[in-house]
Every structure is written in C-alpha cells, then in structure tokens.
Write a protein that binds this ligand. Structure first.
Ligand code: GLN
Length: 231
C-alpha cells in the first residue's frame, strides 16, 4: 500500500511593513519580525491551525497585495478607516491609537498641529498621518516609504515636523530619538487598528475575530499588551 500523502499544512500568508516599532520591526542584525502585531498574528494563526508566514512590503503595497491574493492578511498598525473599508474587510479592533506631531527638540514655535501652517511636514506614504498633513494650509508635505525615513528627515533638518501614530513616535523617542526630537500637542484622531483581509473573505475575518475574542477573554491579549506597552 502506498504511504498516505502528508496532509498539506494550512499556511496563513501575512503581510506587514516592518519599520513600525513596537508593532512590527526587526531587531538589529536579525531577519525575524518582532513586535506586538507579530506576536498577535502568530498567536491567532496558531490558534486557527495555520502555519504563519510573514513577508514584508511597503505600507502602500499591503492592500494591493491582499486584493491580488498574494497575501491572506495584512497586519501593520493599520487604522480602520471608512475609505479602506471600501476595499478590504477589517477584523474587530485590536488596539486604539491616534496621531501626534513630532518636532525638533529645540523647536519652540510648533506647539501642536495648529502651528503647522506653511511648515515642511514629513509623513509615511499612504497613512492616516499623511492624510492629516494634507489638511494643513500651505504646508510642504513629503511622503517617505517608512516612518524611520520620515524621522530621519526631521533629524537632518529637511522637515519641521513629522505626523504619524502616537505610540510609534513615542517608542522612537524612547529608543534614543529624544536626543533630537519631541512630540507636541494632543493625540489627534482616535483610530483603531484592525487586521485586514481581502474583500469577500468574511470567513477568514470571522475566524480571526473568534481567535481575538478568545485571546481577550483568556488573558493572552493582556499578557501581550503588557509585554509591549507595560501596564
Ligand atoms: N495607523 C496608520 C495608518 O493606518 C499608520 C500605519 C503604518 O504606518 N504602519 O495609516
């Protein structure tokens, strides 16, 4: 009798943009994807019986990759917005975020979003922060591929401000960025992060929601949250 063919392992193809610590990043000298989102999607995938395979791409490439079927899910600190809901399906929210303004440490003129008129603003391409910068009168907005490059532009004097997600900019400051930069003003636009799947793949979204709910209920989610954000 011929040996039975091994059952094919179910693979969950995950896409992310890994310059967004503490949600997704690669530690220096390592290819491994780490961070809150990475732990979360690995736990969800494992719970659902998938082998989780993570690949990296530009933030603005994630939704096209979902729609072309190259990846099954995108997790990248992606805010649930009405515009994105037209093209993808989001899981239930898993983290509440918001936007903030970061300026040079010695800047006394920009105290918040309302002081940005006419300024040079560095943003990350395709993000809610980029949209927010677009609301500023006479600003010169430059979009970079990732948050690290936008922060670098501020440091190098090519921009007066950066707008991006508050937890990410605050983490950047904690990790040494505070030598040159600071955040100013209030956190703007309460935004919820969601895990995105291709439109029509409601089955996968429902599976993800079930796993997420279970993790919130049994303390796994809280444990992960504490690991990455403290109490
Ligand atoms: N939360 C922001 C957005 O969804 C930024 C996400 C990111 O840069 N990874 O646009």
């Amino acid at each position: 009798e011929a040996p039975k063919k091994a059952e094919t392992e179910k693979v969950l193809r995950v896409g992310t943009e890994p310059a967004f610590a503490p949600f997704e990043f690669q530690k220096e000298g390592s290819d491994e994807f780490t961070g809150f989102d990475m732990d979360l999607i690995r736990a969800i995938g494992t719970k659902l019986g998938y082998k989780v395979e993570i690949s990296s791409m530009g933030f603005d490439a994630l939704i096209p990759a979902l729609n072309s079927g190259n990846i099954d899910v995108a997790i990248a600190g992606m805010s649930i917005t009405d515009e994105r809901k037209k093209v993808v399906v989001f899981s239930d929210p898993y983290y509440t975020s918001g936007l903030i303004v970061m300026v040079k440490k010695d800047d006394d003129t920009i105290k918040g979003f309302s002081d940005l008129e006419g300024k040079r603003i560095a943003v990350q391409i395709g993000t809610t922060g980029a949209n927010k910068a677009g609301e500023v009168k006479n600003a010169k907005v430059t979009a970079f591929n990732d948050n690290t490059a936008a922060a670098m532009e501020l440091k190098n004097g090519g921009a007066d401000a950066v707008i991006n997600d508050s937890p990410v900019l605050k983490y950047y400051l904690q990790q040494g960025g505070s030598a040159d930069a600071k955040v100013v003003g209030a956190v703007m636009n309460s935004e919820d992060y969601g895990i995105a799947v291709k439109k029509g793949n409601d089955k996968l979204a429902a599976e993800i929601n079930k796993a997420l709910a279970e993790m919130k209920q049994n303390g796994e989610y809280d444990k992960l949250y504490k690991t990455w954000f403290g109490e």
